[in-house]
Design a protein around this ligand. Structure first.
Ligand SMILES: Cc1cc2nc3c(=O)[nH]c(=O)nc-3n(C[C@H](O)[C@H](O)[C@H](O)COP(=O)(O)O)c2cc1C
Length: 434
């Protein structure tokens, strides 16, 4: 049986599934129920320093994007950090940690950008015996306008400075949570490492407007006729998060820096994808807000079955396994040739593949008078659009031409691509030239 025990920067948890800092982790009642359901750890909803109370809007805080089946694909929020008193949160954290010593309990923090504010709150967090802190340099709305959250996360120098304060004034492991609202995610991660961070976590939410009320002429969610941008998360953001995790994992400057993967994790498979790209564990928010705490059961059994099937004994065995296969475009093998093929038994004759290819791509699908669709190998460039638009899973697949076959489109023999061996894109040619 696979061992799901996780050790992330010295913080141990019975599995690598943590809840991300958000409403599900905003209070003792929730966190206790999450632990009872089986979550390995939580990052407590972001705490701020004592001061003027945090006040949320009283209109809708969330907006959403749905699939055709009304499945929630993307969630947008304009919520602030916790609006519950610091004292109450600290008391609850202490009580939960005492009762669940085997679970990871990390506290998310966001305080003004001065050293004393960080020093003060860190001392109070240490009193709770929580396992570590996560620095929220990510939330893009409400607090950013006050010089916190993503306003810090977008300036590498600030990230480095605050992280260094935290490491100076605390012995706790420190995770720096990054905002995706930057052009190059490697820079903030490098800054976190320079500041002494033990790990980075990503992604926080993406700046977004999920829709516009076309009668009221205002963005949604709408508060008394006005709206503002919010933070986007959920399954829709997973591809962006995966790419950012991979970028950090394969950057020599941050090589070995532990990563906590966040963004659209809904199933065990999503978690495995993040871990293969270098995440030591994952955090989940939207999926539990949609389906409840019990989804962790399926995550645990799915990961366990996957690890057994692959012969992985510990979660560390799979972390980063896909990173060496993430490369730059110029290293892709131009000598690899595939063609689309249509399974006539599965085809429902809808003609989407034909319309897409005929109107917008390479005119590589033929339609007979009885609406039988077939691929013209001599035109197919293997773009995959027909696979992507086909409503029937596995009806259209890509078939690899064997070595020695002639590509009817180019007339070249596969495996003997005329230019490939001497092509400047070929890695061995590039390496020889360097
Ligand atoms: C309603 C809501 C509130 C959130 N509040 C916080 C927060 O206080 N601190 C924080 O670091 N991230 C916060 N987040 C971001 C999540 O922790 C997480 O980074 C993001 O939702 C992406 O994960 P997901 O796709 O699994 O939801 C919040 C997200 C949502 C939806």
């Amino acid at each position: 049986m696979a061992n799901l025990q996780s050790d992330f920067i010295g913080i141990r948890s019975p599995n690598p599934f943590w809840l991300a800092s958000a409403p599900p982790t905003d209070k003792e009642y929730n966190v206790r129920r999450a632990f009872e359901a089986g979550w390995g750890g939580v990052v407590w909803k972001t705490l701020g320093s004592e001061g003027p109370p945090v006040v949320n809007v009283n209109g809708p805080r969330y907006g959403a994007i749905w699939g055709a089946d009304r499945r929630l694909l993307g969630l947008n929020n304009i919520e602030l950090i916790t609006d519950r008193p610091l004292e109450v949160n600290l008391r609850e954290i202490k009580s939960v940690k005492r009762d669940y010593p085997d679970r990871a309990l990390v506290i998310s923090l966001m305080v003004p950008c001065d050293e004393d504010s960080w020093k003060d709150i860190l001392a109070r967090i240490e009193d709770t015996e929580a396992d570590g802190v996560e620095l929220n340099f990510g939330c893009p709305h409400g607090m950013a306008e006050r010089g916190m959250g993503s306003a810090v996360g977008q300036v590498p120098e600030y990230i480095e400075m605050v992280t260094r304060w935290v490491k100076t004034h605390s012995r706790m492991p420190c995770i720096v949570k990054l905002t995706p609202n930057v052009t190059d995610i490697r820079k903030p991660a490098e800054a976190a490492k320079r500041g002494g961070a033990d790990a980075v976590s990503l992604i926080n939410t993406i700046n977004s407007i999920t829709g516009v009320d076309i009668d009221a002429f205002a963005p949604m969610p709408m508060i008394d006729g006005k709206g503002t941008h919010g933070g986007y998360c959920g399954p829709a953001v997973k591809p962006i998060a995966l790419n950012m995790v991979a970028e950090i994992a394969r950057n020599p400057e941050t090589h070995g820096l532990p990563i906590s993967g966040i963004g659209g994790v809904t199933t065990w498979r999503d978690a495995v994808e993040f871990m293969l790209l270098g995440a030591g564990n994952v955090q989940v928010c939207t999926a539990v807000m949609t389906y409840g705490f019990r989804i962790v059961e399926e995550m645990i059994s799915g990961l366990s079955d996957y690890m057994d099937a692959k012969g992985f004994e510990t979660t560390a065995d799979l972390v980063g396994r896909a990173v060496p296969n993430v490369t730059d475009w110029q290293y892709l093998n131009l000598n690899y040739v595939t063609k689309a093929q249509i399974d006539q038994d599965l085809c429902i004759k809808c003609g989407r593949c034909y319309a897409a290819c005929e109107d917008t791509s390479h005119q590589a699908i033929a339609m007979s008078p009885d609406r039988t669709f077939s691929v013209k190998d001599e035109e197919c460039v293997a773009c995959n659009l027909c696979v992507d638009v086909c409503p029937v899973e596995n009806c259209i697949t890509m078939r690899e031409l064997p070595k020695g076959a002639v590509d009817p489109r180019t007339g070249r023999t596969v495996g003997d691509y005329a230019n490939w061996l001497s092509h400047p894109n070929n890695p061995s040619v590039r390496e020889a030239a360097e």
